[in-house]
Design a protein around this ligand. Structure first.
Ligand code: ZN
Ligand code: ZN
Length: 216
């Protein structure tokens, strides 16, 4: 075994990982909102806790349990993306994010604390009014100002104020696979073999597939 000086064995690295600045991440999402900011904070925790850089080639995996604004921050900051296959979406409606570092076999589960009580009732009713389209332009401005203040607060406070963070044993999902495509015999469009159905012995895509059910 040869040893190289200056390189720690076992991949341990004491450098602070670089994290995409908030302003940079926002460009991906478009607007600034509390949901995105929470996702940004969760992504930051993941990068730090797992001692990882932004993902390049699937060494990092994110399992997200909602499909709201925060998931865009997760994709921008951690590099775990839908297209690369290392963003796994579970439709549970929970602000819970699990990150796995395949290189170190470490995983962290980040779940949002109950923050209902911290929310100002005035802000909540104003937001409701804006959402329903019943707010005056002045009220919209007030709501935007309150929202920005909330975002600024989140960015300076320790992320642990918002999330419970614990290291867990990773359930490492397989690397994303590439599948052959087959032609749907009904619409003629190409569909991944793994997602195709068979009807009367022919390949069909899911939208063309007429589900046979007898009700049980
Ligand atoms: Zn948003
Ligand atoms: Zn089809």
């Amino acid at each position: 075994m040869n040893s190289h000086s200056g390189m720690a064995e076992g991949g341990q690295d004491s450098r602070e990982p670089t994290i995409m600045p908030f302003s940079e991440a926002v460009k991906f999402h478009g607007h600034v909102c509390p949901g995105f900011t929470l996702g940004y904070c969760a992504a930051k925790i993941a990068i730090k806790e797992l001692r990882s850089e932004r993902d390049v080639d699937e060494q990092l995996v994110a399992i997200v349990e909602n499909d709201a604004c925060g998931v865009d921050a997760i994709q921008a900051v951690t590099g775990c993306t839908m297209g690369k296959g290392n963003l796994i979406f579970r439709n549970y409606g929970k602000h819970v994010y699990t990150f796995i570092n395949r290189a170190t076999n470490d995983a962290v589960r980040i779940s949002l604390k109950d923050r209902e009580k911290d929310e100002e009732p005035a802000f909540r009713s104003l937001r409701m009014k804006v959402r329903e389209g019943k707010a005056t332009p002045e009220e919209v401005t007030v709501m935007r100002t309150m929202m920005q203040a909330q975002v600024d607060k989140m960015l300076v406070e320790p992320a642990e104020n918002y999330f419970d963070v614990k290291h867990v044993t990773p359930e490492v999902p397989g690397q994303a696979r590439l599948f052959n495509s087959v032609k749907c015999s009904k619409c003629g469009e190409m569909v991944a073999e793994s997602r195709a159905r068979v009807e009367n012995g022919n390949f069909v895509c899911i939208p063309c597939f007429s589900d046979y059910t007898r009700g049980w």
